[in-house]
Ligand binder design. Structure first.
Ligand code: ACO
Ligand code: ZN
Length: 489
């Protein structure tokens, strides 16, 4: 037995340190999976432990009290291994974000497994750019700055009011106030101070609650909102322009002044109550940044990045008499060397598991069809992202296969993989992986054949019955732009 274990017997709870692993009772009140202690704090004479359940997604990480820890089975971090755990002792990584010339995703970029350094790196990089920009006499500061992205100190990148806004509703939005174009996009500025414990900070959920429209939503992950608001019990976000306020009163004051009833940009699709707005991360920078801050609350494997210029954002809304309410969005690089047609995708939690995710995915492939390209989502995918994409690919490919009829003179219908790609805009690798996962491909008498059994066809029919809302290309009013030919995004 080690010295640590002996002292644990004398005073078990004070020996629980960051990096320890032990069984912890989950909030379902039943399971005791192994968890790692990420952080410890004392609050009102109580000691609280921030734990990560080892085999579970980080959204389940939480603060627990002593009575939920099974101290009998505690494992202390081995000093030599300390740096390889998933906890606070994680080694300092090189600041990968700092070396990237631009993000691989929309204001949210794929990080190393720990988001902290990358967030900081991204911010530092931004600061460097800002410093450079400060030297540019052509850039004006309109004095209206709001600090975002504070990471436990004076880290902040500042953003101002909504930038240039394009409006092109498909038909007049009678009950709603039109957007007013604003030309003045203030430059970004702010100061950056490194935080000594950045890993811990970005690993721990920093927001208790957000209020967005009629919903109160519990965040899943860290997002670098300014520290002064993260201590509040709830922050209040305008569902139309996504600016955040520290109290409901402040939000109400904002709502009186806020001219928006829908996202900025162009409404490029509307069918029934569902609309899609396309906005440019350069022209609508403040909105795009606020969208990324909001999205980061639910996206773990992306690091927030403030340079939204290289991205387009497609915001899906549900319309009623009060306005166009944001349901979800995806972002897309203006130019992707890897054929990504989605960088980040999100359905806001109140709308999840209702088919909106698939609608967003379907829309992204519809855009690719208009572009005459195949596309794929940016990797890595989250657990829920993978589930949703797999399900979309399966349904889309089965839809084609089932509808296929033999041509004249053929005994059986014939189709190449390339034809599936052309019809769906799904990238070849994803088509092949879907067919393989479905175990549909068989080799028979010298050729590959796809065999669809009755059960599969029947289960497909049932799931498609439930997928009532679909994207209808007739309602898409959009011409792709060739960003490579434009000198500037
Ligand atoms: N548990 C089990 N299955 C789930 C869950 C869940 N919590 N959530 C979605 N699914 C499955 C659904 O069952 C459905 O499959 P099915 O039709 O075969 O049953 C499929 O995923 C899609 O369901 P939708 O209702 O269409 O999707 P939803 O609106 O819930 O959105 C999304 C899916 C966007 C991934 C959502 O979960 C989300 O925003 N998650 C947080 C952010 C995220 O992880 N985004 C993806 C990151 S990857 C990237 O950005 C490229
Ligand atoms: Zn607003």
């Amino acid at each position: 037995m080690s010295e640590d274990s002996n002292s644990a017997i004398l005073d078990p709870i004070s020996n629980v340190t960051e990096g320890c692993r032990l069984p912890v009772l989950m909030s379902n009140g039943e399971d005791w999976p192994l968890a790692e202690v990420i952080s410890i704090k004392d609050l009102e004479n109580k000691r609280l432990f921030y734990v990560h359940y080892i085999d579970y997604n980080k959204r389940l990480d939480e603060w627990v009290e002593e009575d939920r820890l099974d101290l009998r089975k505690i494992q202390y971090p081995r000093r030599d291994l300390a740096s390889s755990t998933t906890g606070l002792n994680t080694p300092k990584k090189t600041l990968t974000g700092a070396t990237n010339s631009r993000p691989s995703s929309p204001g949210l970029t794929t990080p190393d497994p720990i988001t902290g350094p990358s967030v900081l790196a991204a911010l530092q990089q931004k600061q460097q750019k800002i410093k450079k920009r400060k030297l540019d006499p052509n850039e004006e500061d309109d004095g209206r700055r709001a600090s975002i992205g504070s990471l436990g100190g004076s880290i902040g990148s500042s953003i101002g009011s909504l930038g240039e806004i394009e409006i092109a509703p498909l038909t007049p939005l009678t009950p709603l106030t039109p957007l007013t174009p604003q030309q003045n996009v203030p430059r970004q500025t702010g100061s950056l101070a490194t935080h000594s414990d950045d890993h811990a900070i970005t690993r721990i959920k920093n927001m208790k609650m957000i209020e967005l429209g009629k919903y109160r939503i519990k965040p899943w992950y860290f997002s670098p909102y300014p520290q002064e608001i993260t201590s509040l019990d709830c922050i209040y976000i305008c569902e139309f322009c996504l600016k955040y306020r520290k109290s409901r009163k402040c939000l109400e004051r904002h709502l009186h002044k806020c001219p928006f009833k829908h996202p900025p940009g162009n409404e490029i699709y509307r069918k029934g109550s569902v609309s899609f707005f396309e906005l440019d991360g350069r022209k609508n920078k403040l909105y795009a940044q606020n969208l990324c801050l909001l999205a980061k609350l639910f996206l773990d494997h992306k690091t927030l990045y403030y340079d939204t210029d290289p991205f387009l954002f497609y915001v899906m809304t549900e319309c009623d008499m009060r306005g166009y309410h944001i349901v979800g969005y995806f972002s897309k690089e203006k130019e992707s060397s890897e054929d990504y047609n989605v960088a980040c995708i999100l359905t806001l939690p109140p709308y999840q598991r209702k088919g909106y995710g698939k609608l967003l995915i379907e829309f992204s492939y519809e855009l690719s069809k208009f572009e005459g390209k195949t596309g794929s989502p940016e990797k890595p995918l989250s657990d829920l992202g993978l589930l949703s994409y797999r399900s979309y690919w399966k349904q889309t490919i089965l839809e084609i296969l089932i509808a296929l009829k033999p041509q004249e003179g053929q005994e059986k219908p014939q189709l190449t993989i390339n034809e599936i790609c052309e019809q769906t805009s799904i990238k070849k690798e994803d088509v092949i992986s879907t067919l393989t996962n479905l175990e549909l491909i068989n080799y028979y008498r010298g050729q590959y054949i796809l065999t669809l059994n009755k059960e599969l066809v029947e289960s497909h029919r049932k799931v498609m019955e439930k997928r009532k809302v679909r994207i209808d290309s007739k309602y898409l009013h959009w011409t792709p732009k060739d960003w490579a030919k434009r000198g500037k995004w």
